[in-house]
Design a protein around this ligand. Sequence first.
Ligand SMILES: NC(=O)c1ccc[n+]([C@@H]2O[C@H](COP(=O)([O-])OP(=O)(O)OC[C@H]3O[C@@H](n4cnc5c(N)ncnc54)[C@H](OP(=O)(O)O)[C@@H]3O)[C@@H](O)[C@H]2O)c1
Length: 284
Amino acid sequence: MKSLIDTYTLNNGIKIPIVGFGTWQTPDGAIAKVAVKSALSSGYRHIDTAEMYGNEKSIGAAIKESGVSRNSLFITSKLSNSAHSYEKATAAIEKSLKDLQVSSLDLFLIHWPNPKMFRDTDWEKHLQDTWRALEDSYKAGKLKAIGVSNFKKHHFDILKETQTVKPMVNQIRICPGDYNAQLIEYCKSEDILLEAYSPLGTGKIFTDETIKELAEKNNRTVAQICLRWSLQHGFLPLPKSIHEDRIEENSHLFDFDLSASDISTIDSLKGIVGYVSDPDTAEF
Ligand SMILES: NC(=O)c1ccc[n+]([C@@H]2O[C@H](COP(=O)([O-])OP(=O)(O)OC[C@H]3O[C@@H](n4cnc5c(N)ncnc54)[C@H](OP(=O)(O)O)[C@@H]3O)[C@@H](O)[C@H]2O)c1
């Protein structure tokens, strides 16, 4: 692990840069464009967006304007919760490709396994049909890798009944204080890469005294400690910021190591940033 463009290898052989730039709650328009261009200038080559973030068009425009070549970039998007059927998912993939101005995406994820509007007696079938749409776009070469987000083991079991392609990624909330060891072990045993969303607890981590002490001791910032902890666990963190200085700060992760004792101190923190919504009961 030496830089932002080091890669993990997914279970289909595709290489993915080990840090992604998060864009949830990044307002569409000028702010998203400036943030993405700043990230590209700081050396990020992996951008994480979603149809539901409402900023794909600005991100696509920023990438084009940046002049960074498409084949040096890794772009992820995710399916809207309103598109859990074969037809809707197929159309949503086409829309993401168009809005991002690309002919293929490096990774496309089912954002949530069981959205409220499909939470009926057929939700498992909706999920399987949706996955089949991702598989078909993958087989057609429009998606270089496919995966899921917010999946628990029982959601993978539902896919397994009909899947012809195994998910390559599970993007879940992993940050100090919210670490689902059982699910993480399950994904590792299945060779499914763990992307760590909200690696800074959506900004709630910055007041935690333990992390602040570790930051001082290591002569690094709170954000750098959290992101390094994620990387040393083998996760792929997705830090988000709209501020150039923070975007740059969050990229400096490769000139220090956390000791085993610092890692276990962070591992032992519980609930300091609250816990992720249960995908089967979340109000969306
Ligand atoms: N799959 C899913 O369901 C899902 C869910 C949540 C998130 N995600 C992905 O994961 C990404 C990251 O998660 P997140 O957006 O929840 O938040 P996060 O990265 O955990 O934290 C972002 C927050 O921390 C602030 N921040 C960032 N760097 C900082 C620094 N160095 N110093 C001080 N403050 C800093 C940001 O403020 P400013 O922006 O104002 O600088 C923002 O308020 C998302 O953007 C998205 O791509 C996916």
